[in-house]
Structure formats: C-alpha cells, structure tokens
Design a protein around this ligand. Structure first.
Ligand SMILES: *[C@@H]1O[C@H](CO)[C@@H](O)[C@H](O)[C@H]1NC(C)=O
Ligand SMILES: *[C@@H]1O[C@H](CO)[C@@H](O)[C@H](O)[C@H]1NC(C)=O
Ligand SMILES: *[C@@H]1O[C@H](CO)[C@@H](O)[C@H](O)[C@H]1NC(C)=O
Ligand SMILES: *[C@@H]1O[C@H](CO)[C@@H](O)[C@H](O)[C@H]1NC(C)=O
Ligand SMILES: *[C@@H]1O[C@H](CO)[C@@H](O)[C@H](O)[C@H]1NC(C)=O
Ligand SMILES: [Zn+2]
Length: 393
C-alpha cells in the first residue's frame, strides 16, 4: 500500500508514465525496510542466497508446487525436497512456538513409549484410544473398553505392524485419504485434534516417559539446527507406576533438570524456557488460580519460566477480555509475568471480539507457519526469524 501511495506522489499532474529509475529507487527503498533489509551479506552468504533462490525457482517450476497443495498431500514432497533438506541443516535461532504435547515425532511415541512394560491401552466408544502405565491392573475408564496390557496383546500377534500403525494414526491428524473428506469442517478437525491430546496424555504424563519425551523433543529441535526453545507447556500432573502424582512445580523442575542435562550433553545448544499455558476453555476461577500459580512459579524459577499463555481453539474459546480480571492480577500486585499470547489462529480476526496483541517477539503462529515456512523464508528471514517445524503433522 505504501508503495502505491508513494508512487502516486511521484506522479506529475499530467499523469505521464513514471520515471523507471524512480520506480527502481522506490523498490530498493521498500526492500531496505523489510526485515533484514539492512543486513549486508558476506560473499559466502550471497553465494548461498543465490543457490537458495535457484533451488526455489526450480521447485516452483515443478508440476506439484507444495504451497499450492493441501499440506498432507504436500508432506511427502516437502520431505524429499532438496530445498527442505538444505533449510533443515541451516541455523535457525529459536523455536519459539512449540507445544508440550506435540514436540516429538509420533513414531517415537509408538516405538518407544508404548513398548515399555506396564503400558495399558483401551478403546473409547468413538474409536479413539487411551493409555495408562500401572503396576497393577488399572481401574476401568468410563466410555472405554477394558484395559489391555500392550505387552500381552503384542505377544499374541505374529506381526504388530498394523497395531502400531493404528496407534500412530490415532496420534496424528495425518491421513492418506482425501483430507477434505476426512475433515470437512473446522469442528471435525478440532475434535480429532483434541482427541489426539487425550490419547497422548496417559503416555506422556508418565514420569519416566515424560523425561525421555522431553529429551527426545530437544534432540529433534537440535537436529533441525534450532539453538533455543520456548516451550508452551500445560505443566500437567505427572504420575508414577504406583499411581502417585507430582505437582506443577515438580513438572517445571523436571523440565529444568532435563534441559540442563541436554545442555551438558550438547554444549552448543543455547537452552530452553517454559511458557506456562492454560486451556482457554476453563472458567474464571480456574484461570485465576492458574495466574496465581504462574506468579508463584515465576518467583521460584525466574530464569526458566518465561511467562504465560492460553491454549485451545480461539474461535470457540473465551477471549482474553473474558479473563481480564485474572490476567490483570500480576500488574495489580506489581509482579512481573510476561504474556506470550497466541494471536491470529482464528477466522474472526476483524470482528473486534478479541483483543489481539501483537505476537510476542514477532513469532509465527503454527497456522501461519506452513505457508511461510519454506517458500517465504529466504536466507535473510532465516537468519533473523525463527523458522519452526511443528511435528504434530
Ligand atoms: C526409549 O528411549 C530411551 C531414551 O532414549 C531409551 O533409554 C529406551 O531404551 C527406549 N526404550 C524403548 C523400549 O525403545
Ligand atoms: C467421544 O466420546 C466422548 C465421551 O464419550 C464425547 O465427549 C465426545 O464428544 C465424542 N467425540 C466424538 C467425535 O464423537
Ligand atoms: C507385517 O505386516 C506388514 C503389513 O501389515 C508388512 O508390510 C510387513 O512386511 C510384515 N512384517 C513381517 C515381518 O512379516
Ligand atoms: C485408533 O486405534 C484403534 C485401535 O487400534 C483403531 O481401531 C482406530 O481405527 C484408530 N483410529 C484412527 C483414527 O486411526
Ligand atoms: C470451574 O471449573 C472447575 C473445574 O472444572 C469446577 O470444579 C468449578 O466448580 C467451576 N467453578 C465455577 C464457579 O463454575
Ligand atoms: Zn500454538
């Protein structure tokens, strides 16, 4: 828009064609105002930029252009794309939008977590699955089949590939069928999305899995050459084999310990911090307690707890305004609790229903992300902005 206005200002009153040199100068001015526009590339960086641009052009000439396709259909193309494998190796700064229950490849969950001893599974009324680890036979779960010990189930099978694949299919939205048919609406896809988290829950909140899961998540982020992580975490109650549980502070402390261990094992990794999150579907009293808890955790872990955020579907959930009293508590008490609110994951951007703060630190939301990821991130963007790979897909 600003270019158009500027151009108009350059037009002499007789409406002749503008001077092409002025147009060129304007375009350079515009480019210099973009992120990274003032960065001067070294010769090596220029060479890489040229190479990337060439690879990008080649990819754009192919019959199937991934950004123009549904992500599920493009996934395979992206995974085998030369530009993707180059980008994967490049340094990325921080991964600033990762969620606790979607940070690890589902294959690890199936091949590692569900193969541990004492892992029980049941099948819900509507064909989703639930897990629990327990030293004795767990109490029945309502709307779920009797618990089956996976070790026993697998021992009776000649080939466990199909079972493992069906578990994996429960833990991801990905489908080989036509995605528009499987997920005809936002309601359907969000329902499946939330079922996935319920299915993951019993696996990931088991203390021994929880530690290894987070370590594995850090490993995957490190392998993608991101150097820092900001993890949005619900800090759920974590349980042991005997059914005993740990509180929020224990969960945060465990994140901190595993992060320290990971840094000791990988000294060039910068580190990680946690953004404590609460589901936006809760009521005001639960939100108030959560903000109180967040202030306490921030006091006890001032370096490690980065701040606070809400999660869950924005369109159906409550707006920030609804929780204004709870969210104002830190300011009223003079306590520092940085907010890192999600922004822009809604269809109702312009209706003014939701106060919409600018995304913290210019981060990309998950939904903006796969549009932006490969094709809009040039080398300059990569050096200045985080480019994140969300693993749930
Ligand atoms: C799961 O991963 C952990 C940590 O890498 C490893 O120690 C363990 O042996 C693995 N377990 C299985 C069943 O693969
Ligand atoms: C699955 O079942 C649960 C409880 O039985 C219910 O709350 C939920 O809405 C169901 N989901 C679907 C997709 O039918
Ligand atoms: C197990 O079954 C899958 C298909 O369900 C098949 O692809 C695989 O080769 C089988 N593995 C063995 C060891 O028979
Ligand atoms: C989830 O797993 C169950 C049991 O293995 C299976 O029957 C069901 O089809 C799976 N659901 C999905 C969505 O793949
Ligand atoms: C808020 O939600 C919690 C948990 O679901 C519930 O125990 C509590 O009664 C609710 N409070 C009010 C005021 O609705
Ligand atoms: Zn998010």
């Amino acid at each position: 828009e600003s270019v158009v206005l500027l151009l108009l200002a350059f037009l002499p009153s007789g409406l002749t064609i503008p001077d092409p040199r002025q147009r060129e100068a304007l375009m350079q001015l515009e480019a210099s105002m973009q992120t990274g526009g003032q960065t001067v590339l070294t010769d090596a960086e220029l060479q890489l930029d040229t190479l990337l641009f060439k690879m990008k052009q080649e990819e754009m000439l192919r019959a199937d252009f991934p950004p123009a396709m549904h992500f599920f259909k493009a996934r395979h193309l992206i995974r085998t794309s030369p530009i993707f494998s180059l980008l994967q190796k490049m340094p990325k700064g921080g991964a600033l939008h990762v969620h606790d229950f979607s940070m690890v490849d589902v294959e690890w969950l199936v091949k590692n977590a569900t193969y541990r001893p004492h892992c029980y599974m049941c099948l819900t009324d509507n064909q989703s699955i639930r897990f629990i680890f327990s030293s004795r036979r767990p109490r029945p779960l309502s709307h779920c089949s009797p618990w089956n010990l996976l070790e026993t189930v697998r021992a009776k099978m000649v080939n466990t590939t199909e079972l493992d694949n069906s578990i994996m299919a429960n833990l991801t939205l990905f489908t080989h069928q036509d995605p528009a048919t499987v997920y005809p609406s936002q309601d359907v896809v969000w329902d499946r999305f939330e079922q996935i988290f319920l299915a993951l829950w019993g696996l990931v909140t088991y203390a021994p899995v929880f530690r290894d899961y987070y370590y594995q998540g850090l490993t995957e982020i490190y392998t993608d050459n991101a150097m820092y992580l900001e993890l949005r975490a619900l800090l759920p109650e974590i349980y042991e084999l005997d059914g005993s549980t740990h509180d929020t502070a224990w969960t945060l402390k465990t994140y901190q310990e595993v992060t320290r261990q990971f840094r000791a094992d990988h000294p060039d990794f910068f580190g990680a911090r946690i953004i404590f999150t609460v589901h936006r579907g809760v009521n005001i009293s639960v939100m108030t307690d959560a903000v109180e808890e967040a202030m306490k955790l921030r006091r006890d872990f001032p370096e490690f707890l980065a701040g606070f955020d809400l999660v869950g579907r924005e369109d159906k959930g409550r707006p920030l305004w609804y929780f204004r009293d709870a969210l104002s508590l830190p300011v009223e008490r003079g306590v520092t609790l940085p907010f890192f609110f999600h922004a822009g994951e809604t269809d109702f951007q312009d209706r003014g229903q939701r106060p919409r703060p600018a995304p913290a630190g210019g981060q990309l939301s998950f939904h903006q992300f796969h549009h932006l990821f490969i094709y809009h991130c040039n080398i300059i963007d990569l050096l200045n902005k985080p480019c994140v790979i969300n693993r749930l897909l």
